[in-house]
Ligand binder design. Structure first.
Ligand code: NDP
Length: 262
């Protein structure tokens, strides 16, 4: 029986690339795809985080490969992809998970008027240009193969009134929904699906500890009465990456515990 984790008969579709795989949601996505039988390559910015993740995953080198690179630098991404392909062949699954969300101590201060162009550009670059670079570089080999799975990690902040995130973050994640639809339209005739997952509040380094004031107040808005887990996001990635999800493309799937602020 076909299950999301069953890769039998998928011999040339086993290689997955995950960005931001060293911590939080990305690390759980890496863990889940490894458990499902993929060979997984991941990147993060800091070498010590990459090393720590590799140690915690403790997986043989023929299943797991990682480097510290910045997804906004096309030449670094290109070289990384070359090295993954040299080891394992074509990459059939891409998970654009790397993201940043700079916060302000004073959440009520007006952000747009006070934000530097540099801060704005950095968030748009990591959260939106990075996924574009990865999609652009990997699409040709997926097209040649006639198969591909692209999963972008968006955010509730890009789908609803952003209550905690900054305007640059909300804009980048709303843009990712647009990029998902545009790429899905472009690549559908080639057997490639492109989808977006929009998590609500998931505890990680990005969101901080549950007892933080901002999280206590966020909890009161989540109908199911708890935060989400990185594993719950990873389950949906595993499903979208599987052959079972072949008729889902251009979609954005909310994982928010029912939260959808207007
Ligand atoms: P974390 O901050 O815990 O982890 C982010 C990961 O991305 C880290 O491994 C980091 O590398 C990596 N990264 C950041 N910038 C770059 C870059 N320029 N190049 C390569 N790697 C980079 O975040 P989360 O796990 O919480 O979030 C993962 C994704 O989910 C993000 O896109 C986020 O926007 C989204 N999301 C998260 C939510 C949440 O509640 N946590 C809610 C909605 C969306 P390093 O470890 O080296 O710093």
């Amino acid at each position: 029986m076909m299950t999301p984790g069953n890769l039998s008969g998928q011999g040339d579709r086993r290689v997955a690339l995950v960005t931001g795989g060293a911590r939080g949601i990305g690390l759980e996505i890496v863990r889940r795809l490894l458990a499902d039988g993929y060979q997984v390559a991941f990147v993060a910015t800091r070498a010590e985080h990459v090393e720590r993740a590799l140690e915690s995953l403790s997986c043989p080198e023929d299943r797991l490969y990682a480097e510290a690179i910045d997804v906004t630098r096309q030449n670094e991404v290109e070289r990384f992809i070359d090295r993954v392909q040299a080891r394992w062949g074509d990459i059939a699954t891409l998970v654009n998970n790397a993201g940043i969300s700079p916060k302000r101590a004073d959440q009520d201060a007006p952000w747009l008027s006070q934000m530097s162009l540099e801060e704005w550009a950095r968030v748009i670059d990591v959260n939106l240009k990075g996924p574009f670079i990865l999609i652009r570089l990997l699409a040709p080999e997926m097209i040649a193969k006639g198969y591909g799975r692209i999963i972008n990690i968006g955010s509730l902040a890009g789908r609803a009134m952003p209550l905690i995130a900054g305007p640059h973050y909300a804009t980048s994640k709303a843009g990712l929904v647009g990029l998902t639809r545009a790429a899905a339209r472009d690549l559908a005739p080639n057997g490639i699906t492109v989808n977006c997952i929009a998590p609500g509040r998931i505890l990680s380094d990005l969101t901080g500890p549950p007892e933080a004031v901002v999280n206590r107040s966020a909890l009161s808005r989540i109908p199911v009465g708890r935060f989400g887990t990185a594993e719950e996001v990873a389950h949906v990635v595993a499903f979208l990456a599987s052959p079972l999800a072949g008729f889902i493309t251009g979609a954005t799937i909310d994982i928010t515990g029912g939260e959808f602020a207007a």
